[in-house]
Design a protein around this ligand. Structure first.
Ligand code: FAD
Ligand code: SIN
Length: 537
């Protein structure tokens, strides 16, 4: 089966939805998303969106905080662009119907939160469920737009590029590399559909699932980076995996984050004896940059042998806690923890991928007609460690810029017909009765990534991880061609590629900086490593 459209958007988080709404002004948009439409990291974002609204704040302060957090690797021109465009994008979100929290003392002023590494209050939020409100409002707009079709349970497998078509003799080899859409698995019908498009957008989010413990939802398996990389897009800075310091530690809680905003409002980290330890690690104490807090907790846990540390905000009035953090309060209560009266057990977990597909200031990937927006991209904003709440901001700014640029591309390309594309060929593949191979390899990757390529690395551990991942990839390759594709198999294949990219980048960087900490090279080395790690196929 083949479907044609002007714009194919892969992913229904903030990045994909903003792009779709803009692009739909000029053409027909199809959004494919691999599960339910709201099942995105966006939907779980708690803290909010960093942007300059306070009279005591300035673009310069926000820029400086971002650069400092990025530990020498942010691209200053990109940082400036994103920070300066931020307030207009937030106002646009408000015009789309997003309700942000306002100050209690009345007036129209937004209530601004504080998080680690921010020198001023600048986090625009909707209590502690900002992402849920953004996703709701954007999906409402999408559903009301006659130019947009959103298809759930449609998982992109691979991009359809010139190279694919040249191999089949459909286009001439001298044309420059171009993307014409993607092969997509209709998960419920179990068939592969060819989507042909003039513009294709990867908005597939992050890859937290490559680690055993993560704050991310299950969709975060790095599909976009893997698809883009296989098609020939460069990947960069994959070693900079951000671990959020405070995820709820409870046997029944899967992936529940305790927002950094809790520390922003006075919450403190304690060890099992009730001792505040962050003062020993950084002058900003509990509000130090995220890489430093996560590493300090890791060290404390290794020293004490404890399973978790504690985050305590119970010294604040109960009414304030319930009003400011209603979702965290209610969720913890379900697990028997009353955060107004007792500390919350927490541990670090994989949270955000600072690296990704290398893009320019308009989210272009280097392949014609192919864009990458949101967490899937490496834009130069985050450097070696993302500043809290700069991710939703980045997605907002870049998806708007990508849409403006893509509209121009579309107008230029809309004259001729789309190329004929070969239908998906399953070859002699059959249904697999060996799903255990997939689950075994999933578990193995996530465990060795956590143990060998986690918060603290060594060269030996990285070498071990590389050895493991190469073996697993070989096994997946054989399996992939012999059995019909399923969502689990596709995710496994992508996860293995993400693991390999992280290990490759981490092994190349012979220093410690930001989120990459290698005990064999514990110092930052600006003479040799003040640059992005770029890998090509
Ligand atoms: P996502 O929102 O993750 O959307 C990705 C979409 O792509 C999903 O629809 C998914 O199903 C789809 N997809 C993936 N692969 C495929 C495929 N192969 N085929 C089809 N569809 C596919 N950042 C902040 O700035 N502030 C915060 O307060 C904040 N809090 C966070 C809290 C949590 C718990 C988490 C997990 C992250 C948080 N972040 C926060 C980070 C931020 O939420 C994400 O970086 C951001 O939402 C990413 O948006 P996105 O649109 O790029 O991807
Ligand atoms: C949080 O609320 O702590 C998450 C913020 C972020 O990841 O930017």
């Amino acid at each position: 089966m083949e479907i044609q459209t002007d714009y194919l958007v892969i992913g229904s988080g903030i990045a994909g939805l903003i792009f779709a709404l803009e692009a739909a002004r000029t053409g027909e948009v199809i959004i494919v998303t691999k599960k339910e439409k709201a099942e995105t990291s966006t939907n779980y974002a708690q803290g909010g969106i960093a942007s300059v609204f306070d009279l005591e704040d300035s673009f310069e302060y926000h820029i400086q905080d971002t650069l400092e957090s990025g530990d020498g690797l942010c691209h200053e021109d990109v940082v400036r662009m994103v920070v300066e465009e931020g307030p207009a994008r937030i106002r646009e979100l408000i015009s789309y119907g997003v309700h942000f929290s306002h100050r209690e003392d009345g007036g129209d002023d937004l209530d601004l939160g504080k998080e680690g590494g921010h020198s001023r209050r600048r986090i625009v939020h909707t209590k502690d469920r900002t992402g849920h409100e953004v996703e709701r409002a954007l999906l409402d707009r999408i559903e009301a737009n006659p130019n947009i079709t959103l298809l759930e349970d449609h998982m992109a497998i691979d991009l359809l590029t010139k190279t694919t078509l040249v191999k089949r003799g459909i286009v001439a080899s001298e044309t420059s590399e171009t993307c014409w859409g993607a092969y997509v698995l209709d998960v419920l019908k179990g068939r592969v559909v060819t989507f042909l498009s003039r513009v294709t957008v990867l908005a597939t989010g992050g890859a937290g699932k490559v680690y055993l413990y993560t704050s991310n939802p299950d969709i975060a398996s790095g599909d976009g980076v893997a698809m883009g990389f296989r098609a020939g897009v460069k990947a960069a800075n994959m070693e900079f995996v951000q671990f959020h310091p405070t995820c709820l530690f409870h046997p029944q809680a899967k992936n529940f984050l305790i927002s950094e905003a809790v520390r922003g409002e006075g919450g403190v980290l304690l060890d099992s004896k009730g001792r505040r330890f962050m003062e020993e690690y950084h002058p900003l104490k509990d509000l130090a940059f995220r890489d430093i807090v996560a590493r300090s907790i890791d060290l404390e846990l290794k020293k004490s042998g404890d399973e978790c540390v504690y985050l305590d905000i119970s010294h604040k009035p109960a009414d304030f806690i319930k009003k400011r953090f209603p979702h965290i309060h209610a969720t913890c209560l379900k697990f028997g923890i009353d955060i107004t009266r007792e500390p919350i057990p927490v541990v670090p977990a994989a949270h955000y991928m600072c690296g990704g597909l290398l893009t320019d200031k308009n989210a272009m990937t280097g392949i014609n007609n192919l864009y990458a927006v949101g967490e899937v991209a490496c834009t130069g904003l985050h450097g070696a460690n993302r500043l809290a709440s700069n991710s939703l901001l980045e997605a907002l700014v870049f998806s708007r810029r990508a849409a403006e640029r893509a509209i121009r591309d579309m107008e230029a390309n809309s004259k001729g017909p789309l190329p004929r594309a070969p239908l998906w060929d399953p070859g002699t593949a059959t249904d697999s009765e060996e799903m255990v191979v997939v689950t075994q390899n999933w578990d193995e990757i996530r465990r060795f990534m956590w143990n060998y390529v986690g918060i603290v690395r060594t060269s030996k551990r990285l070498a071990r991880a590389r050895h493991r991942v190469l073996n697993i990839q070989q096994e997946i390759k054989e399996y992939y061609w012999n059995f019909l594709v399923t969502r689990d198999l596709l995710e496994l294949r992508n996860l293995a590629m993400i693991a390999e990219l992280i290990i490759t980048c981490a092994s190349q960087r012979k220093e410690s900086r930001g989120l990459h900490y290698n005990l064999d090279y514990p110092e930052r080395d600006d003479d040799h490593w003040k640059r992005d790690t770029v890998v090509a196929k």
